[in-house]
Ligand binder design. Sequence first.
Ligand code: HEC
Ligand code: HEC
Length: 455
Amino acid sequence: MKANLASRVALLSVLALAPVSTPAVATTAGVGTNASLSLTPGNGQISLNLTNTANQVWTIQNSPDLVNWSAVEQVKVFNGLYHCVYPDAGTVFYRTVYDPSAQTIVSTTANALVLPTTNFNYANPALPASFSVNPILAQDNTPANNPVTDAAATLGRVLFYDKRLSTNQTIACASCHQQAHGFSDPRQFSVGWDGSVGSRHAMRIANDRWYQRKHFFWDERANTLEDQVLGPIQNPIEMGMTLELLTNRLAAEPFYTNLFAQAFGTPDITTNRISRALAQFVRSIVSVQSKYDVGETMNFSNFTAQENLGRQLFLGQVGNATCAACHGTDNFVPGPALNNNGLEYPYVDAGVGGITGNTNDYGKFKVPSLRNIEVSGPYMHDGRFATLDQVVEFYNSGVVDNPNLSPPLRNPNGTVRRLNLTATQKSALVAFLKTLTDTAVPTDPKFSDPFNYGE
Ligand code: HEC
Ligand code: HEC
């Protein structure tokens, strides 16, 4: 029986591949027609997964004998994957058939997406008291001409999860910025649309809205978030798209004309609007629901003794660590300074220096907020550390002297600072970093994938 099931599955995958052909539609130009079917039987059910990067309409058929086939249903793939479950007595075969003349189901807001009737609240998140006073207040990088609205951030959310943003429709922003991982990537180096990898770790996204230097990317090469979000789309390794192809492709989807109209008043799809909507969604990813935030309101009486020791070490109230000098405020970001934390010398990655050409900037990198750090490893711009214990040990004993090492990592006499932490203190520092994990951001539906993948 088991062998029989296994061969049934293998056979069906092959059948699913055979009838695929390229539709002659301009908007899917450059899109591969890769499709595959997998069937997983179990518990009286058969689970069907149809992957199809070209988002086509398919007829699912079944047969008792592999000779006579009858249609079960016609389905459309909306974002690369369709999934459903049928009752299964172990006697029926399934296949999916592609017919170019049967591409009649269009993607509408109602069928392609699973959105709430009233938009989620992105525009006015409840913020802790410290966010409405300086320094955090003045660190807000929201431009006057692109305040977050619920409708445009909703559009931004759809774009963020949409694989149409990559040339072969295989990669979305969310492929590298995964919600469960604090919008970072558990892989050291993310994999782009054609399988190639970059040399930097995908940055976590949380509270990107507050950063005094306002720049984005590890080397701060983007001056605004509105500029930044168009970077990965056109990056040859990441998504490999042109903005012209993207606007044409999106304009062919009725759900997009609808979402653009709701967000911006008219259905026109422009690069500027794509950038504004994506930036709004990214800015709306606000982390303010961690154990640390609760602690702020009750003098940290909710912290364990270990977490409180870690907090005191982080703030430099105990021992000689200076973490808060660079990871300051309730967002754990620096003020105006650009920093080097002594990872290596000579510099393998020039960081900001590679952009400015200024010798003083070599080896300096953006300090991203430490919120959700626990779930977003590996760590540093090159993902060199797999664990927070390794990060703490690096600051304890491994900081490398170099001409651009930031002053907080030196002793008053100029030598490199060694923290000489005990094992108990190191664990306490790690325990404190874990209090920055948000209970909402990694799971909140308003930041989740809105596409309809079937059941
Ligand atoms: C193939 C993986 C990949 C894809 C796809 C991708 N990113 Fe990224 N993202 C990265 C990496 C890697 C970095 C850091 C790159 C660097 O600094 O050079 C980054 C950096 C960022 C940053 C900077 C954060 C900061 O604090 O400065 C933001 C914001 C961001 N990405 C948003 C997006 C958006 C929006 C999309 C989709 C349009 C996207 N990313 C697509 C991998 C990816
Ligand atoms: C002189 C400024 C400075 C000090 C002091 C400092 N850091 Fe950092 N930290 C940085 C910089 C810069 C980066 C990013 C470096 C890179 O990736 O090249 C960073 C990165 C990190 C990261 C990884 C972030 C990520 O997204 O991968 C963690 C975790 C961290 N620091 C924790 C600490 C702790 C804990 C302390 C105190 C023991 C500390 N830092 C002290 C500047 C500093």
